[in-house]
Structures are given as structure tokens and as C-alpha cells.
Ligand binder design. Structure first.
Ligand code: GLY
Length: 367
């Protein structure tokens, strides 16, 4: 059932539960010269048949020759995979009027979206994100990219999909850890939006057999992202607010060499941190429930052993900084978030010390 749909620039965003066929019927895939499918083998194993049946109902047959499986893992979001897919498309006669259909999480979406952005100077693509993280974040707003050995997402383009299908059915096959990580981007959207969505985000259960029942509230998170992107598609200003919690998160991911935390988990820690920084800068809102929402969703970790000086130094590499100054996104209260550059190092260091102390205790307490 389709729960909601809306337009974002040239994209149509569909939100629902078991809604592939209904959404595709509104996308007219048979109007494209041909459809090419990019996914990962395991993801296709879970959801490929349902997607193929929905395409068949819209007049498009998914043939094995038009289905490309890319390997799983951030290391394959590379120029090598990019080139392999471009050549695969050329060999099969894809043209500018073809449609690239992408079924997968953020790695597949980023890479295949960049293929779509550049193939014959740009082709249409349709994205079915299969993680909660990609549903809440990567699928909306057309950021596409590949990594270089020097860093993540260094080569890319803004290229919004023609359609995005956010379907709660895919959440049922996700490992709990992936759900927990994706939840953090949703929680971030609640913090950005205001008290009502923040409170409703806190009430979302950690685990459930009925993701369809959560679709109305999850859809509000997707809308928050879409509304920000609608105002600022190329991240000149407002879109930087979506970086809430990400400055420390990126530093933590880099500090732990991308081995200890999923991106969303690091974002959760980053959200706790900026709430603490906000308090030190004079905000009076205490973010009730934030700690209780984040900590039980984190993996075991050892904050007491973090080198806090190095971690803070790593925040200086944040891509969102301008002229060497870090643009911190500081949440004063739900819906009241400010970009502040040049926060005093003493404030940042004291907040980090507080985070480590509180997190150390809490992580120990829930395990
Ligand atoms: N992930 C943040 C953005 O899309 O701008």
C-alpha cells in the first residue's frame, strides 16, 4: 500500500509498505528505451523477485543480462566498479533514454547514482533504498559519489533519481544493527524538525515485526530531509544542517579506521556530543530521552580509551568546514539548530570529556 507520495525537484518520492507495483505504475518504466538493474546478490535475493514482478506488471521484463551485481562493501564504491558498470552498460546498448534501476543500500545507491549522473552525460535512475539509513538519508537529495584511496566520496555529483521508492517491507530483512544505525539519521531528522517529531522518534521501538505500522512516522523523517534539500539542493546553506552530529561522527569513524562503528552508530554518538556542546554554549534544553534512545542502540565500545586530543584534531578535517574553520551544527532545542563556526576548543574538549564519562557508564550499564 502506498502511504504517501510527493515531488522533490524532478523526483517523485513514494512511501509505503509492499508498494513496489503501485509506485512503479506511476513511473511508467516501459516508456524508457530499456531498463538496467544494479543491485547486490544478497539484497536481490531478498527483494529482487518482488521488484521484478512489479516491473512485469508495468510492462518491463527483468532479464539476467540486464542485471548487474556489485560486490558488498565500501571498498567497492570505487572508480574501478564505476568503470566496470559503465562498460557493462555500453556493451548492452544502454542509451540516454534508458533507465537505471538501483536496489540496495547507500554504497550501491551512491555508486550507481554516479554512474547514472555521468553515463552519456546523464541518464535517468530510479532508486529503491534497502536500508533504513539509505531510506532516511542517501536516497533523498541526489548526492552520488565514489571513494578515492585518499578519502570517501571525493568524486561525485548531485544527480537526483527520477523516482525513489521507500518501502517498509525491506526493513524486515535487515540485521538489527543496521536498523539501529539507520534510526540515528531518523532521530536526527526529529531533532531538526521540532518537538513533535523528536518525541515521536523517541517512541519508535528498537525492534518490531511490524515496520509497516512505523511507516507514518518514518515518512515524516524522510520529509524533513526532502524539505531541506528542496530549499538548498546544492548545499550552499540550509542543507549543511543535515550534518548535525556528523562532525564528531566522521572523526570517530576515521579514528577507529571505519572498523568499529557503522556510520549511523557514529552519528548517534555525534548527536549526543553536539547536545552537550549546546548546553555548554548556554542552551537550556536538556534533550530528555536522547541518551536513552541512542545508547542501547550502540555496539560495545571503549570511550574511556579514546585519545580525545586526536579525536578533536580529526574533526578539523570535516569537509563541511570553510576556510579551515569547522562549521559545527549546534542543536539548541528541537527545531532550533544553528551553524556555529569557531567554537572554542576548551568548550569542545570539555564536552568530549563529558561524553566519554557519560557514555562509558551508560554503555557499561546496558550491557
Ligand atoms: N547526507 C547529508 C545530505 O544529503 O546532505
Amino acid at each position: 500500500m502506498l502511504y504517501d507520495q510527493f515531488e522533490l525537484h524532478q523526483s517523485r518520492i513514494f512511501l509505503g509498505s509492499d508498494c513496489f507495483a503501485e509506485a512503479l505504475a506511476r513511473c511508467e518504466p516501459s516508456a524508457y528505451s530499456r531498463c538496467f538493474f544494479i543491485s547486490q546478490e544478497q539484497v536481490w535475493g531478498f527483494h529482487g523477485q518482488a521488484l521484478a514482478e512489479a516491473f512485469a506488471a508495468s510492462g518491463v521484463t527483468v532479464s539476467e543480462d540486464h542485471l548487474y551485481f556489485m560486490p558488498d562493501g565500501e571498498q567497492f564504491k570505487s572508480l574501478a566498479t564505476f568503470e566496470a558498470i559503465q562498460q557493462w552498460l555500453v556493451d548492452r546498448g544502454a542509451d540516454r533514454r534508458s533507465l537505471l534501476v538501483v536496489l540496495g543500500g547507500g554504497v550501491v545507491g551512491d555508486l550507481a547514482g554516479f554512474v547514472a549522473a555521468t553515463y552519456m552525460r546523464g541518464m535517468a535512475w530510479l532508486y529503491v533504498p534497502t536500508t533504513l539509513l539509505a531510506q532516511q538519508d542517501a536516497s533523498i537529495g541526489g548526492k552520488t559519489a565514489v571513494n578515492l584511496p585518499q578519502g570517501k566520496n571525493l568524486v561525485g555529483q548531485f544527480w537526483e533519481p527520477r523516482a525513489v521508492i521507500v518501502d517498509s517491507a525491506v526493513l524486515g530483512t535487515l540485521p538489527q544493527r543496521q536498523i539501529n544505525a539507520g534510526y540515528m539519521e531518523f532521530l536526527k531528522h526529529g531533532m531538526l524538525q521540532g518537538e513533535a517529531l523528536y518525541q515521536d522518534a523517541l517512541a519508535v521501538p528498537t525492534a518490531t515485526d511490524d515496520w509497516a505500522a512505523q511507516m507514518p512516522v518514518l515518512a515524516r523523517g524522510v520529509r524533513v530531509k526532502a524539505d531541506v534539500v528542496a530549499q538548498d539542493p546544492h548545499e550552499k546553506n540550509q542543507r549543511r544542517l543535515l550534518n548535525l552530529g556528523h562532525t564528531l561522527a566522521h572523526a570517530l569513524e576515521s579514528y577507529t579506521e571505519y572498523r568499529q562503528f557503522l556510520h549511523g552508530e557514529a552519528v548517534g554518538i555525534g548527536l549526543l556530543y553536539v547536545a552537550m556542546v549546546a548546553r555548554r554554549l548556554g542552551s537550556t534544553y536538556a534533550w530528555p530521552g536522547l541518551m536513552e534512545a541512542v545508547v542501547p542502540r550502540l555496539p560495545a565500545c571503549d570511550p574511556a580509551n579514546w585519545d580525545q586530543t586526536r579525536l578533536l584534531d580529526l574533526t578539523r578535517r570535516d569537509k563541511k568546514g570553510v576556510g579551515g574553520k569547522i562549521a559545527w551544527i549546534i542543536p539548541h532545542r528541537p527545531g532550533d539548530v544553528e551553524i556555529i563556526t569557531g567554537i572554542d576548543r576548551a568548550v569542545l574538549a570539555a564536552s568530549l570529556e563529558e561524553l566519554v564519562a557519560v557514555l562509558g557508564d551508560r554503555v557499561a550499564a546496558v550491557r
